[in-house]
Design a protein around this ligand. Structure first.
Ligand code: S3P
Length: 179
């Protein structure tokens, strides 16, 4: 339920490989909203890749970057925000997003996520001997946070466009409900 909260923005949350960036970019294009990817902002500010941040400064330093960026998002308008997969697993981040955004979680099973990310090497949390096991483990820990989204959208066997259209529909309905 979104109650009577203001909804100026659309925030996409969900595990790595659920399509947040691709879907978010398309939605921003269709709605003429600004697109903002929290991972890109972190890399721009830190002047290094996420992989280097994890390696050189550690995961807590990366989570600090995310926390600061989330606080700044409260001042945004007409923005589609694509978040890093672990960002909403800090309750304060999730609560903050809900003060200005419709929070939509993109969902996929561990097996589907594995198929989508297996050939990518830029995600430090999956640089493991057993990435599928790690995906299952992280998904189990994060599921209670992802489930707090206003809307849960399944991305299994659906194109980026199909998912984007469904999310836009939900966004319009939420805005009408809050007028
Ligand atoms: C992470 C997900 C990544 C990125 C970082 C950590 C996570 O973002 O923020 O590698 O903790 O799940 P994507 O979900 O965009 O891959």
């Amino acid at each position: 339920m979104t109650g009577t909260r203001p909804i100026h923005n659309l925030a996409l949350i969900g595990f790595m490989g659920t399509g947040k960036s691709a879907v978010g970019r398309l939605i921003a294009q269709i709605l003429h909203f600004t697109y903002l990817d929290t991972d890109q902002v972190v890399e721009f500010r830190a002047h290094k890749t996420i992989r280097d941040i994890f390696q050189q400064d550690g995961e807590p330093a990366f989570r600090d970057w995310e926390r600061v960026i989330v606080e700044e998002l409260t001042r945004r308008n007409k923005t589609v925000i694509s978040t890093g997969g672990g960002l909403p697993a800090a309750q304060a981040n999730l609560d903050s997003l809900k003060t200005h955004s419709l929070v939509v979680c993109l969902w996929a099973s561990a097996d589907t996520i594995y198929e989508r990310v297996r050939d990518h090497d830029h995600r430090p949390l999956l640089a493991e001997a057993e990435p599928l096991g790690k995906i299952r483990e992280l998904l189990a820990v994060r599921e209670p946070y992802y489930r707090q989204a206003d809307v849960l959208v399944n991305t299994e066997r659906r194109s980026v466009r199909e998912v984007a259209i469904q999310v836009i529909h939900q966004f319009h309905m939420a805005q009408v409900a809050h007028r």
